[in-house]
Write a protein that binds this ligand. Structure first.
Ligand code: ECB
Length: 134
């Protein structure tokens, strides 16, 4: 059975989100609000086609992509930088490389037990998020 990330997921932990946001150049006032949020992710997966909607009381972010197909990402409402993004499978992990102004930018999703894990990377900072099914 291939891995299926589909579902509604609630953030339960968010390690070093501050460092990740600093690396992205997010201003102090925005960081103060953002780190209080408990975002929810709605993921719809159809084979290699993904819809990932991250929502919060402050800002929402929608990403749609196909694994193996590079696309332009605008990061609207996040740091607003454009990048070229490519998501690939590394075994059962979903790995995104975001090529642009920021070095070493990307993220990795995987399932561990009943939890959804997300590692967000930018420059020398790693943020680790864990989500549980809503
Ligand atoms: C959208 C909820 C978070 C809103 C935070 C608002 C301001 C902070 C600005 C920039 C911080 C950078 C990223 C926010 C962290 C999570 C949002 C989505 C991260 C992401 O790219 O998730 C991927 C993988 O699930 C799908 O887009």
């Amino acid at each position: 059975m291939p891995v299926d990330f589909s579902g509604t997921w609630n953030l339960v932990s968010n390690d070093n989100f501050e460092g990740y946001m600093v690396a992205l150049g997010i201003d102090f006032a925005t960081r103060k609000i953002a780190k209080m949020l408990k975002p929810q992710k709605v993921i719809k997966q159809d084979g290699d086609s993904f819809y990932i909607h991250t929502t919060s009381t402050f800002r929402d972010y929608l990403l749609e992509f196909k694994v193996g197909e590079e696309f332009e990402e605008d990061n609207k409402g996040l740091d607003n930088r454009k990048c070229k993004s490519l998501v690939t499978w590394e075994n059962d992990k979903l790995v995104c490389v975001q090529t642009g102004e920021k070095k070493n930018r990307g993220w990795t999703h995987w399932l561990e037990g009943d939890d959804l894990h997300l590692e967000l990377r930018c420059e020398n900072q790693v943020c680790k998020q864990v989500f549980k099914r809503a």
